[in-house]
Design a binder for this molecule. Structure first.
Ligand SMILES: Nc1nc2c(c(=O)[nH]1)N[C@H]1C(S)=C(S)[C@@H](COP(=O)(O)O)O[C@H]1N2
Ligand SMILES: [Mo]
Length: 409
């Protein structure tokens, strides 16, 4: 596969890039950016553009807003709110007033109907905090070969934050959950501009909904949720891909029957049997396919660029982040000789099993010439990143071991 990275000067002149803590002006400032390791021509250039309240992010589409986080902001294990990626399916992004916002809980398998305002959500339940990765199912879709349809994400359709909210199970307990409940469905305040476009409604299995980690969150990294990330409250489903993390949450429905609708089927499905390590979603599975569920084990090198040059004798840091769907990262192995030998990287602070985990391996570049750096994360169940892409038509679960070309001169 031809790999390359392109930096093109942007015609429109420099962008004002606010400084990020511990980083100097990012290398991509004022540039058109393309993620590493893209098959030639796979992704249209991503222009940096700032949504209100956000630093310039990589624009994949404007209506609906789909903006990814530049790699430089993923060096820190906690992603800053103003650099956190933004993903919407419908262009009617709502501006929600916390004073008039209500969360309605009901459904045929709920004991009774319930309505909460923002104050009661924050006051009447024990607040929980959890650090968890929100990763779009289609993160890295733009790196799929052969090419697949959908938003052409590079590597930044993900972020890691400390979420604070009420346990969904405590809210559901208040309404009551009947024995026949099989799924819990979620709707947000966003709407489709045309009646023909289906509303974005998602469900999760009742055991995930009742799990101790699933939250209705109102805070992200100690601040109110940013508008673009679901103000005033969103669902947080640690371990599961971003599609279930419904933003601007308004309706929770406890169901005795599987949820239908476009966004459950055919959207967000993977072929049956292709990802056998994944959490099952039994009430939605068919013989052909099953909804995407938990995040596969993965890593991102943030310290090196494809094609980067070094001097002989220089110490090179292969550093980045690793994560998975909640088993936790056991080890990250690094190879600097095209996979012939591997060394265990040092792992950073453990912020919990749903969080990004930093890794670093320093080596001295004493052999001149090109070298291929590879990184492979392994979780506590022994799942590892894959050597070859597991192709699926929607472009999900890209966790291929990277091959980063560097040059020692
Ligand atoms: N209301 C609403 N919630 C939503 C979506 C949406 O389109 N509307 N998209 C989902 C998808 S597919 C992802 S990946 C995450 C992205 O979260 P973020 O925009 O906060 O980064 O939001 C999820 N929640
Ligand atoms: Mo997504």
């Amino acid at each position: 596969m031809t790999t390359r990275r392109r930096f093109l000067e942007m015609g429109a002149g420099g962008l004002a890039i606010p400084a990020v803590s511990s980083l100097s002006l990012p290398a991509w400032a004022g540039k058109v950016w393309q993620p590493d390791e893209l098959p030639e021509g796979a992704v249209a250039q991503g222009l940096l553009e700032a949504l209100p309240g956000k630093v310039p992010l990589i624009k994949r589409s404007y209506r609906p807003p789909n903006f990814e986080t530049p790699v430089d902001y993923l060096r820190d294990v906690i992603t800053p709110n103003n650099a956190f990626f933004v993903r919407y399916h419908l262009s009617g992004v709502p501006t929600v007033d916390a004073k008039t916002w209500r969360l309605k809980v009901g459904g045929d398998a709920a004991g009774s109907a319930l309505e909460l305002d923002f104050d009661s959500l924050r006051r009447d339940f024990v607040a929980q905090e959890i650090v968890a990765v929100c990763q779009c199912s289609g993160n890295r879709r733009g790196m799929f070969s052969p090419h697949v349809q959908g938003v052409e994400w590079g590597v930044g359709a993900m972020g890691n934050a400390r979420w604070k909210g009420a346990r969904l199970r405590d809210i559901l307990a208040r309404a009551g959950v009947k024995k026949e409940a099989i799924e819990v469905a979620f709707n947000g305040a966003d709407t489709a501009p045309l009646p023909a476009t289906p509303d974005f409604v998602k469900s999760i299995p009742v055991d995930i909904a009742m799990g101790e980690n699933t939250l209705v969150a109102w805070e992200m990294n100690g601040k109110p949720l940013p508008h673009w990330n679901g103000f005033p409250a969103r669902l947080v489903v640690p371990g599961w891909t971003g599609t279930y993390w419904v933003k601007h949450l308004t309706d929770v429905e406890v169901r005795s029957k599987p949820l239908g609708g476009f966004w459950m089927n055919p959207a967000y499905r993977v072929p049956a049997g292709k990802f056998p390590a994944a959490d099952p979603f039994r009430t939605q599975a068919t013989a052909a396919n099953t909804p995407i569920t938990d995040i596969v084990v993965n890593s991102l090198v943030t310290s090196l660029r494809d094609g980067q040059r070094f001097h002989a004798g220089q110490v090179i840091d292969v550093a980045g982040i690793a994560w998975d769907g909640g088993r936790g990262i056991r080890r990250v192995d690094v190879s600097v000789d095209s996979g012939r030998s591997w060394q265990a990287a040092e792992l950073g602070r453990d912020l919990g099993r749903f969080s990004f985990r930093a890794f670093s391996l320093k080596f001295k570049a004493d052999r001149k010439g090109p070298a291929v750096v590879m990184v492979k994360a392994t979780n506590n169940r022994g799942d590892t990143q894959v050597p070859e892409l597991i192709f699926n038509p929607a472009g999900y679960h890209h966790n291929v071991i990277p091959r980063i070309m560097i040059e020692v001169a």
